[in-house]
Design a binder for this molecule. Sequence first.
Ligand SMILES: *[C@@H]1O[C@H](CO)[C@@H](O)[C@H](O)[C@H]1NC(C)=O
Ligand SMILES: *[C@@H]1O[C@H](CO)[C@@H](O)[C@H](O)[C@H]1NC(C)=O
Length: 258
Amino acid sequence: MLSLSLPLVLSLLLLRPNLPVTAQTTIIPSTSFSSPSTFQQYWNYLYPWGSDHNGSARMRGSPSDRSMIDVNAGTLTLRATQTTNPVPPTSTSNPKPAIRYASGAIHAKHQVTVTAQRGYTLSGEFSAPTVRGTWPAFWLTGVNSWPPEVDIGEWKGTPENWFNTFNTSSVVRSDIVPWPADLSFHSIRAVLAAQPNGADVRIQFYMDNVLRATQFGKGFVGKPLWLIINLQMEGSSGTPGPSGTTTYKVRNLQVSQS
Ligand SMILES: *[C@@H]1O[C@H](CO)[C@@H](O)[C@H](O)[C@H]1NC(C)=O
Ligand SMILES: *[C@@H]1O[C@H](CO)[C@@H](O)[C@H](O)[C@H]1NC(C)=O
């Protein structure tokens, strides 16, 4: 009878060639939306640059103002409602659209930087509005320059999700996948890894655990990226947006390094 001691089995496993070394380090655990105090360990309110961007929603949010942002039992809920008499009346970000909504945005405290030794996996389950004028997103954008940009979730007012990678403002790859319009949760995942040239990053995009697109970001290695979740309105998603309340939900969100 063959009997192997535990230390022997372990050393055989360690010696086995071609076994990928995939030690995963959790950066943002799936519990980050379990309570406001856990949330604050991993996330900041608003966009990294403030409340405004290139749509018609002005974001609100702070530890004392969670009117547009709710975290509860592991789910993040962002809400958008129409607003009147915003001050100032137009967005401070180009192309400075008129502000017509109040909404929510958050960004991770951790900056995502892919290196030759370190890739990332970002995943979550999303209930995304897809009606005209709603523009929710789950995306990465350069800390020091734009681009880089990688859009893992971007819904532009139609029942479709856009996976995008921007090499420059005009050199963009987009893969568009159908997305149910019934607000049901579906998972998306992006796996980012440096290419052998040590400069470019490969991004594999999954929906419901099926690989749907592979894109390449030119020179993204070593560039820090903000991770943003926001419910922007109008802009790229058409006008007019809805007059009632729009909600965008995210759960089981996880970021890990390998
Ligand atoms: C972006 O650059 C990468 C690396 O050079 C390239 O593989 C990819 O095709 C480029 N994307 C587009 C849309 O041209
Ligand atoms: C808004 O800005 C983002 C980058 O911050 C860009 O990807 C997008 O194309 C812009 N859209 C419009 C409508 O300006």
